[in-house]
Design a protein around this ligand. Sequence first.
Ligand code: ARG
Length: 564
Amino acid sequence: MQIKSKLNNIVNSALKANGIEIEEVVVNEATKVEFGDYQYNGAMALAKKLKTNPREIAQNLAKELDGNSIFSKVEVAGPGFINLTLDKEFLEQNLLNTLNNRAGVSKLNNPIKVVVDYSSPNMAKQMHVGHLRSTIIGDTIANLFEFLGDDVIRQNHIGDWGTQFGMLVAYFEESGANVDAKLSDLEQFYKEAKQRFDESEEFANKSRQNVVRLQGGDAETLKLWSTFIEKSLAHAQDIYNSLNVKLDSSHVRGESWYNSQLSNIVKDLETKEIAKESQGAKCIFFEDSENPIIIQKADGGYLYATTDLAAIKFRVQELGAKRVCYVVDARQAEHFKQVFQTAKDAEYANNDTKLEHIAFGMMLDKSGRPFKTRSGGTVKLKELIDEAVDRAKGVINRANEYSNEELEHIAKVVGIGSLKYSDLSINRQSNYIFDWDKMLSLDGNTALYMQYAYARINSILTKAGDIAETEPTLGDELERRLALKVLSLEDTLIKAYKEAMPHIITSYLYELATLFMKFYEQNPILKDGVSQEQKESRLILAKATANAIKVSLNLIGIEVLERI
Ligand code: ARG
């Protein structure tokens, strides 16, 4: 349920009853426990506007609000803050509704069509750590949008076109029958091809000719190229599968796919006088930047930006997207700003289409340098994933006896979960400091902490057997706050949805699990001396908590375990 919008409406009515009409009422979560659950801080601004006393406005409002049974306490504080505390009964009445597979979260009233462009690796090399953030942040927001009811189209805008492919095709031709064996190690293949390119002028020329042949649609060249792309994609797919990321071949629409549209895009932009010729190249200039976009080089070749313009046109006009999210490194901010501006100028997208660069920071090591292998190379994603699973084996509680198979499964869920969670749990716009120990820690805002909390609750519920799903009677303040936290999942997800910020979900998870642990410490469930009514209520609370944890973790692509 959406508690906040409910409260906004209530405050709005109270304002009206006091003869005040305003455009938008915004109630916020209280910043401190002492201030209740929510606060309305609008009285100060209103007083200024109406030239009256803020405290008086707040007091009159509070009087009105106090009559509503949703509140157990309405209090005016300081110059005119209104602190609101929700009544237990309201929470009790709603808690049972969260025990479904959506944890009580409804779908949006007005869903839209959204394209999420994410992962989008370049195909010339193996996937490396540089692709991790886009892949998991993108997958999370796509899951979230979909969960809230949007029609989500995932797009993997792979880099499968351009100069380096001419080189790879040339190396293909040279390697003859051995192609398959060679391609089993893409990295090695790329290295060897690059070496040939650097050492032989003849090879380099062939490579350049191949680029021209590729772009011209030569069948033989295209065939070799597509073998290469197929292999690269199969490798990427393995990574997606092990990361529990929902991308598959149906989402791939790479740069090459737009090739046939690029000449028209350039022509169109010239006709509209958006692109101009400069030193033989076709460029778009911007008042606020020294860097133009180049859409066609003097030799006729098209560029990254040209493809992106064609892609926007396609996504908006053919796919019908109302929101297009580009989950790409923050260093491409200027590229997207200019491409979006151009798309609007050229009317490929109109003003009510939201084009968003979902930017994220760099991945750094503990000393603040870009994350590299010991020898300074790029860390391959495959190796990172294997290490995460390996390390997870070291933190699993061996007091439980697991079969080998079970242990492998748990290590995978914990290892991959930790790898993803630690990245998603910081504001995506910040740089992310990669730290194995921190990510696999049992306390703190980690996947393991959540998974343990879930497994613990699960074991309590299993011990308890069947639970009567009747309306709970909340006891102390901890129980009331825990119920409120469970019920505020929908508000949380809506906020994460609007801002496309995964860490809003993990922060919620951390608060929820921490609150549960506190509650459980003080309020035993299955111990002697707990009354039947108390026991039943606490079981409902526990079940609702576990359910909210599971739904939230699944949204960020992390599984739960019945036991760890
Ligand atoms: N392939 C690009 C890279 O690795 C990312 C593509 C992002 N998507 C886009 N539509 N430009 O940098």
